[in-house]
Design a binder for this molecule. Structure first.
Ligand code: GTP
Ligand code: MG
Length: 197
């Protein structure tokens, strides 16, 4: 399914403009600048459909993409962006929370964590919300090219241990670099199993 052409089909700033839930959906969530949009590009090997930026807070709406008529991929706006105005920040966060808790076609949330910085309070808040609303999710450690592989492994183990004790809907931690391509194939395989046949 990841060989299919990636098509943009909707963008939403408010929950009333979410498109009708038709395809199984995977969402990419996480702090601003962790590499959500870049990961979508790397997974689909299609650059230019999803826009990325080195400026945090770049993606400000929920953007819906699809692969053939089999899978929908959703690029969420990042949270925790320090420079945005308070009211703008709150609006994005509310939008993301509303999306995660109400979207009926949502099959998996990939929660992206920058390997170098690890998990922050906002990430834990989102995990609580996913547990409460019974949404399966998985942690994807990003930008693994920026630190040593020993530190990457250490970070993954630390998170895995931490979550396995108390959480029920969490899938195994994956590690990727959109820059070097490391781990992208494995993640693609895992996510492809969610697509419609
Ligand atoms: P927002 O839309 O602001 O929430 O950010 P985002 O999470 O979509 O991040 P985006 O994909 O736009 O990437 C942010 C920055 O990180 C860009 O400068 C990317 O080039 C860089 N980046 C993304 N993935 C990687 C990676 O695997 N390794 C490295 N070194 N940099 C990366
Ligand atoms: Mg983005």
């Amino acid at each position: 399914v990841f060989r299919s052409k990636l098509e943009f089909f909707a963008s939403a700033k408010v929950s009333t403009s979410f498109p009708h839930p038709q395809l199984p959906e995977i969402a990419f969530a996480g702090r601003s600048n962790v590499g959500k949009s870049s990961l979508l590009n790397a997974l689909t090997r299609q650059w230019g459909v999803v826009w990325t930026s080195d400026k945090p807070g770049f993606t400000q709406t929920i953007n819906f993409f699809k692969l053939a008529e089999k899978l929908s991929l959703v690029d969420l706006p990042g949270y925790g962006f320090a420079y945005a105005k308070e009211e703008v920040k709150d609006a994005w966060e509310e939008l993301v929370k509303e999306y995660v808790s109400t979207r009926s076609s949502l099959r998996r949330v990939c929660l992206l964590i920058d390997t170098k910085w690890g998990m922050k309070p906002r990430d834990h808040e989102l995990i609580e919300l996913m547990e409460r609303s019974r949404k399966p999710y998985q942690i994807v450690l990003t930008k693994t090219d920026t630190i040593s592989s020993i530190d990457v492994a250490r970070r993954a183990m630390q998170i895995q241990e931490n979550l396995k004790l108390s959480k029920s809907l969490v899938e195994p931690v994956m590690m990727v670099s959109s820059k070097s391509g490391a781990g992208i194939r494995s993640l693609r395989t895992v996510l492809a199993s969610i697509a419609r046949f």
